[in-house]
Design a protein. Sequence first.
Length: 140
Amino acid sequence: MTPLRKQFTIDDHLGKPKQALSHLYSLDVFEELKQYMEKHNLHKEALSLYQYQHDQQASIMRLYAEYLNKNNRYGEAAIGKPSMTQGHRQSTNSPKPLTACQNTAVQAKPTAPPTNGASLSHPASSPNYQKKTSPPWRSP
């Protein structure tokens, strides 16, 4: 048994799954790492370990999205999906994908202010203002 494998076994036995995961990464056993990651819900830690290996990161991201969907955390899963379908980002300085709400806000066009010189401060200053009357069932 190699020293890294021993360290993994010891950390796993002592209940230190994050450290054990890093030993699996050092051993370069990706399939075993994925199984261990899913067993102990260490998706974020695994993503940070593989931040420069895009194929493995995409595989982990898919597993993480499935985990989030199974646990009814749909919003978080949806945020991760654009990066899975559009491929990996080319650099860490690239902007994050927009959420649906942000995308709608970016596409919205501002409306032009009134051109007839009407003030927006009070409705009575509008030329189309009509004074409201009391409802017919209310007598003065």
